[in-house]
Design a protein around this ligand. Sequence first.
Ligand SMILES: [Zn+2]
Length: 407
Amino acid sequence: MKKNKVLFNLPKKIVFCKKCVVSNQVPRSIPEFKHVKNRRGAKYLNIGRDGICDPCKVHNRRDKIDWKKRELELLQLLKKYRSNNDNYDCLVPGSGGKDSAMQAHLLKYKYGMNPLCITWPPIMYTDYGRENLMNFINIGGFDNLTFAPNGEVMRRLTRMSIKNLLHPFQNFILGQKNLAPKIATKFNIKLIFYGENNADHNESLAESSSSLTDQSMYIYKNLNELYLAGVKIKDLIKNYNFKYKDFVNFLPERKEKLLKGLQIHYLGYFIKWIPQEAYYYAIENTGFKARPYRTQGSFSKYVSIDDKVDDLHWYTTYIKFGIGRATYEASQELRNNHIDRKEALALVDRFDGEFPNKYFNEIMNYLEITEKEFNSWCDKFRSPHIWIKKNNIWKLRHNANRTGVDD
Ligand SMILES: [Zn+2]
């Protein structure tokens, strides 16, 4: 059989996990600041010779973990940092969504810490996202610092990252990730807690063995090596009429500017994290509310519902990797034994890749992109080994249900 062309250094052969429904086309780490456009050096989700993916293995390993011992480790860590005056002693980034709500609440009310919560807001808030953040602050009872980045810069960078990378969330993710160490430095807070360590999405086996995060993710050495929205920093200034100060908040920090001794941990290392339980916990304790309607492209009503752009983001992963949000969420539910593989496959078949028309026009108007432009950009990112056009309709060559054109 003739080999189909592979774009962006994706793995040539498409393989699906035998246990869950993800494929090996899922990026595990993208070198965000290098040339993301061709994804040189990117790593993809590993599926072993046994046919099982790393996230499934990591998840199974959680049953063998001594969680009592892990909690003792947490208590040791907290004891070292707990403030005995009115200073904040840890920083919790979050949006008021179920996971960050639960982690902040546990740290404050179960473990007696004094967290400062920080929020990098969505690109386009949904009413539910805004209300959940307010409930988190007012019902949960937290000090929250919301950083609102320059909206015009955010808008322009988002447009560029869709055009150059088909990645509507790149700048949002970078801003959100890089804000915490900077605010911690300003407030002299030496401990940062993130929630789950993405074990269910894209973690490799090696990365799950420690709670402490590698600081190199949050610092840079050479500004000239950095890219934003698929463009070199110096070219953003030279060719796109940006000033360095416009986008400095999206970038990591220079090593020497970062607070000495800063530690970044995942609470999910110490506490067995089950998304559905975080949901019930957040309803109970921080006034969290699900949306009354399901997310487009998936079946969930309470996962990541803050941003109108979210469903579009997952639509683009479907284009780039053949994997949409239903695949991720069904795999996660499956690993937590809330559904079986047959049900997961049915959910993927029904919802994956559904076009996110609910907010689509609003987003396009805001970003000044025409529908035609968006569709043509999408088509540039369809790798021929994933997609084929039949009777003028794009079809997956392979899917988890084995009903693809080449299955
Ligand atoms: Zn799997």
